[in-house]
Ligand binder design. Structure first.
Ligand code: 5GP
Ligand code: ZN
Length: 109
């Protein structure tokens, strides 16, 4: 049994609003959105954050960016979006399973 919140969401032990899912990636709506569109993209593989990646994860990380762009198009962000990840507590990371915030739908200045 994992204690990781996002692993529990990936394993469907905890419900979420799923935007996209395949064998490698899950995208869900953030429970506390900071923008009209606020989606979290995460690898299904448990990686704590960018400080925890391995050389062999490069393909997966590139795929997440590609998938983020595809989702951004699907939800109508029209080439205007922010994709960011917090690495470490001091950077604001609160869930220690790698995830990218895809945000948009308003002026993000
Ligand atoms: P972090 O601060 O780690 O970069 O981002 C964690 C994000 O996860 C926050 O934006 C927070 O709102 C979101 N979050 C925390 N718990 C849940 C949850 O149970 N479900 C969903 N969908 N999002 C969550
Ligand atoms: Zn996890």
């Amino acid at each position: 049994m994992t204690e990781c919140l996002f692993c529990k969401i990936i394993n469907k032990e905890i419900g979420s609003s799923i935007v996209f899912e395949d064998e490698d990636v899950l995208a869900i709506n953030d429970i506390n959105p900071q923008a009209p569109v606020h989606i979290l993209l995460m690898p299904k593989k448990h990686i704590a954050n960018l400080d925890d990646i391995q050389e062999s994860d490069q393909g997966l990380l590139g795929y997440i960016q590609y998938r983020a762009r595809e989702i951004a198009r699907q939800v109508g962000l029209d080439g205007n979006f922010r994709l960011m990840t917090n690495c470490g507590w001091k950077a604001g990371q609160r869930v220690f399973h790698l995830h990218y915030h895809l945000m948009g739908g308003k002026d993000m200045e």
